[in-house]
Design a protein around this ligand. Structure first.
Ligand code: FES
Length: 120
């Protein structure tokens, strides 16, 4: 299958510890800049229709502002209730263009793999 990436932002638009909501293939995606890198997850909380990009970023997680579920940005897995379902994750590519770094997101979410499951 062909994997396409779309350019969604200049990295300088997303402060470290912040998230930006973008549209990829007509789907809302939260692009999150963390100390550990840039991650992209579905912007819609798996518990209800709430924008995750409006939540708080802590280390490699984002917290839904409505009921407080935290999601692991690497795996999309919820780390705390009430959400129990995973959110989609997207591959991120950073393209260095000298003066700026461009953030590109894969147009299709990453398929689920058993290895992505937290061992807990
Ligand atoms: S809507 Fe996100 S945890 Fe309830």
């Amino acid at each position: 299958m062909m994997t396409d990436f779309v350019r969604v932002a200049d990295l300088s638009q997303i402060a470290q510890g912040a998230a930006l909501k973008v549209m990829v293939n007509n789907r809302p995606v939260a692009v999150v800049n963390t100390k550990e890198g840039v991650f992209a997850v579905s912007d819609i909380c798996s518990h209800a229709d709430v924008s995750l990009a409006e939540g708080e970023v802590v280390d490699c997680t984002i917290e839904c502002w409505l009921h407080g579920s935290q999601f692991d940005l690497r795996t999309g897995m919820p780390l705390s209730p009430p959400a129990i379902a995973r959110v989609d994750t997207y591959e991120v590519r950073l393209v260095d263009e000298g003066a700026s770094t461009q953030v590109e997101i894969c147009t299709e979410p990453q398929p689920w793999t058993a290895e992505e499951r937290p061992s807990a």
